[in-house]
Ligand binder design. Structure first.
Ligand SMILES: Cc1cc2nc3c(=O)[nH]c(=O)nc-3n(C[C@H](O)[C@H](O)[C@H](O)COP(=O)(O)O)c2cc1C
Ligand code: SF4
Length: 486
């Protein structure tokens, strides 16, 4: 599956800008403290959630997971958000999970490792996620012979009202593409082309209908576990292609008071937040990651996000982290046997923009929207800190974000992967030693294939040393080499 790129294909290279001296860094806004609820961060830097595909097949923390977070912590950012972690106690492949107490010891180890590696300087948050069912794209024959439920509509369309089911299936199989498109509903045709994907609007499915009853409890129990494991904060995943973002989206046309107008769409996200807060109290910071813009046709826009952000602030969230795009709605068609991936279409580009871009380029694409959402909050009297991310890689950019009031904290994801020591280097006046991200999305391509995420700038370095943990294919080191000058 390839990732979509703007057709202009204008190449943008990351630049170092002017790095600050240690004294300039000390005086900068970026390296001042900030408080989220009752949690104090030593600086206004934030490593957003990144799934590295290192959990065990049962969703447990492994040594590789610990190494990943320990390596980021050694760079001493203000906060690290642990990757999207599943709140349900159901098999989810190698996705980290927090759906049962048996996951607690491993998660507590992440907290311990981060505190130790950062000398207690870095706060550790965890992103809690719920997602709906998605299946791989089926083979045409299999789909028509086995998976597709035959309905009266198919029979009527084919003029086979009394015929046995097998005849209906054979008739469908004999159709060409056009014929099939006409014989199937849009949703059935989509399931054939893209693989079946559940929607929050599938009210005929009991588990989808009951999400407003089940999710607050599931999120609250997961949050309570995060508290027991010692995390400083919770980031509710209300962004990208997942359940909660789907509730917020204008595409949510549920007819049960949880869809339709904004008040109805924000209802479950508010109920989830209330349940989580009740479970963890105010010692932990609780906020959400949400979309400044969905970047799809008919999707949520800045004015929606600004409105939701105010409701979240009013409800008492301690921070709001803004991302953009990353939807299934415009995802690329997967190969047969593979599942659709939400970062392969134009909205996916907005989420993780790469270096071939349009005139706007990949750096700071979310900042204009963030600025508007943040000023909306301030105009309504809310001081809630806002995090923004997307293509930030040098000090001047980061400081500019704060100076212009586009955000209160600067999210740095891929640049932190390219060089986890970015924060220490810049803070100590040694920014010239930073390994700059190239925004090629090599890392993202690995993520897409659920392979251990590494960075092309360092994953082949020092392999001959032999004692470095490697990827399962043995070809790549799993964490960045140590900074010799640390
Ligand atoms: C490998 C990889 C995994 C990611 N996983 C998550 C995730 O679990 N949750 C999330 O909200 N965003 C995830 N993202 C998106 C990042 O948090 C971030 O928003 C995005 O990369 C843009 O920021 P950047 O330009 O600083 O990298 C991921 C990004 C990458 C590259
Ligand atoms: S692989 Fe490394 S250089 Fe390339 S986009 Fe990812 S973090 Fe940046």
């Amino acid at each position: 599956m390839t990732m979509w790129r703007p057709p202009e294909r204008i190449r943008h290279d990351a630049g170092s800008g002017r790095w600050p001296t240690a004294a300039e860094a000390a005086a900068s806004q970026l390296f001042q403290e900030i408080t989220l609820g009752n949690v104090r961060l030593a600086q206004r830097t934030w490593i957003p959630a990144m799934v590295p595909w290192r959990a065990s097949p049962e969703g447990f923390v492994t040594q590789n997971v610990l190494d990943w977070y320990g390596r980021f912590a050694a760079g001493r950012p203000g906060a690290i958000v642990v990757e999207a972690t599943g709140i349900r106690d159901v098999p989810s492949g190698p996705l980290l999970r927090i759906g049962d107490d048996r996951h607690l010891p491993g998660l507590a180890e992440i907290v311990r490792v981060v505190r130790e590696a950062s000398g207690g300087q870095t706060r550790i948050f965890i992103q809690l996620i719920d997602f709906l069912t998605i299946r791989r794209r089926p083979e045409r024959t299999q789909y028509l012979r086995r998976y597709l439920p035959i309905t009266a509509r198919h029979r009527a369309h084919l003029g086979l009202l009394g015929a046995p089911e097998s005849s209906v299936r054979e008739a469908l199989e004999a159709l060409d593409e056009e014929g099939l498109r006409a014989a199937l509903t849009d949703r059935e045709f989509e399931s054939l082309q893209m693989g079946y994907r559940e929607r929050v609007t599938d009210l005929d499915s009991p588990q989808v209908r009951d999400l407003p009853q089940t999710l607050p409890g599931l999120f609250a129990a997961a949050a309570a576990r995060a508290g027991k494991a010692g995390f400083d904060g919770i980031e509710l995943h209300y962004a990208h292609a997942y359940t909660m973002a789907s509730f917020l989206s204008p595409t949510n046309t549920r007819t049960d008071d949880y869809g339709g107008d904004r008040d109805a769409r924000v209802r479950l996200p508010l109920e989830v937040y209330a349940a989580v807060r009740a479970a963890v109290g105010t010692s932990m910071a609780v906020g959400c990651r949400m979309l400044a813009e969905e970047c799809i046709e008919g999707g949520g826009r800045i004015d929606d996000a600004a409105w939701f952000a105010k409701r979240f602030a009013q409800a008492g969230m301690d921070f709001i982290s803004l991302s953009r795009g990353g939807k299934f709605d415009d995802a690329a068609t997967p190969k047969v046997g593979e599942a659709a991936y939400p970062y392969t279409g134009p909205s996916g580009y907005e989420c993780m923009p790469s270096y071939y871009s349009d005139a706007r380029g990949p750096f700071g694409r979310n900042l204009a929207a963030s600025a508007r959402i943040r000023s909306g909050l301030r105009d309504s009297g809310f001081a809630t800190p806002v995090v923004s991310a997307g293509g930030i890689h040098n000090f001047e950019q980061a400081e500019g974000v704060l100076a212009r009031g586009e955000a209160d904290l600067v999210g740095i994801a891929r640049q932190a992967l390219a060089d986890p020591d970015w924060f220490r280097k810049v803070r100590s006046g040694r920014g010239a030693e930073v390994r700059l991200c190239r925004y090629t999305n090599y890392c993202e391509a690995l993520d897409q294939r659920h392979r251990e995420v590494t960075c092309e700038l360092w994953d082949r370095l020092g392999l001959e040393e032999g004692n470095t943990p490697r990827s399962s294919d043995g070809r790549r080191r799993l964490v960045a080499p140590r900074w010799p000058n640390a």
